[in-house]
Write a protein that binds this ligand. Structure first.
Ligand code: AP5
Ligand code: MG
Length: 234
């Protein structure tokens, strides 16, 4: 098993290189991390930053939008639902996530239902689940200012995390867009979908002693420091 690229504080990790998954877990190295949180709580922002530690960032929302942009059969199937803030059927979502699952994964927005949680157990059992906690009022404020790059998926905020040049992606110079599902009505609907369909997972993972709560209302740097501390990363 290789954990290439992971930056880990604990020097004993070297000893574990040729050992079992249980050994990695015993010293606090987590390989399958789940991010749960209502829309706009900063899951994607933090998951993107964790890529510098060798994680694969798997965000079904980004993957579906990519398919929709390319106009594939899957993209056509899911476009309307995404824009309305309705979840995609479990089987379709799980099949897509499975295709991208690698060794050290951040599952950003998966699972979102109990059947998805059951499915994830069968191909990448979670080692830790981070719940991004924030008030509904802060969420609405954040989502109204979000701008995203349709090409590289970089995430900005008109006030909190502005790009260097207004409306243009720092990474690839593509024109930034506002997601259709960030309109206030759809945002509210997505929040209710989260409470109804995803919130039960908080109880499930609490019972399994995997859940850690993150105060997602801090600055991106503050949240990133808290997440790295939980994952024992430098
Ligand atoms: P998805 O794209 O996953 O949307 P979401 O979960 O609703 O989450 P968001 O991407 O809106 O928010 P985020 O937490 O990533 O916040 P971000 O970092 O961008 O899903 C979209 C759709 O796809 C779903 O509605 C569904 O149709 C489908 N889908 C996806 N997964 C599915 C699944 N498992 N099953 C079925 N269907 C599925 O940050 C938000 C804003 O705040 C940004 O502007 C950012 O710059 C700013 N910001 C971030 N952090 C901070 C901070 N600390 N301080 C200040 N500003 C910040
Ligand atoms: Mg996101």
């Amino acid at each position: 098993m290789s954990l290439q690229g992971l930056t880990i504080q604990n020097e004993t990790t070297e000893l574990c290189h040729r050992r079992s998954k249980r050994c990695w877990r015993a010293i606090g190295v987590f390989m399958n991390i789940v991010f749960i949180g209502a829309p706009g709580t900063g899951k994607g922002t933090i998951a993107s930053r964790l890529k510098e530690h060798g994680f694969t960032h798997i965000a079904p929302g980004d993957l579906f939008r990519k398919e929709a942009k390319k106009g594939t059969a899957l993209g056509k199937e899911v476009k309307g639902r995404i824009e309305k803030g309705i979840l995609i059927p479990d089987e379709t979502t799980t099949a897509l996530v499975k295709r991208y699952t690698s060794k050290n994964n951040i599952f950003d927005g998966y699972p979102r239902t109990l059947p998805q949680a059951e499915a994830l157990d069968s191909f990448a059992k979670p080692d830790m689940v981070l719940f991004f906690d924030m008030s509904e009022q802060d969420i609405v404020e954040r989502l109204s200012g979000r701008r995203t790059c349709p090409d590289c998926h970089a995430i900005y905020h008109t006030k909190n995390i502005p790009p260097k040049k207004a409306g243009i992606c720092d990474n690839c110079s593509t024109k930034l867009v506002q997601r259709k599902d960030d309109m206030p009505d759809v945002t509210r609907h997505r929040f209710h979908v989260f409470q109804k369909q995803t919130a039960p997972l908080i109880e499930l993972y609490t019972k399994r002693k995997l859940l850690k709560k993150i105060d997602a209302s801090g600055t991106p740097d503050e949240v990133y420091v808290s997440v790295k501390a939980l994952l024992r990363l430098k």
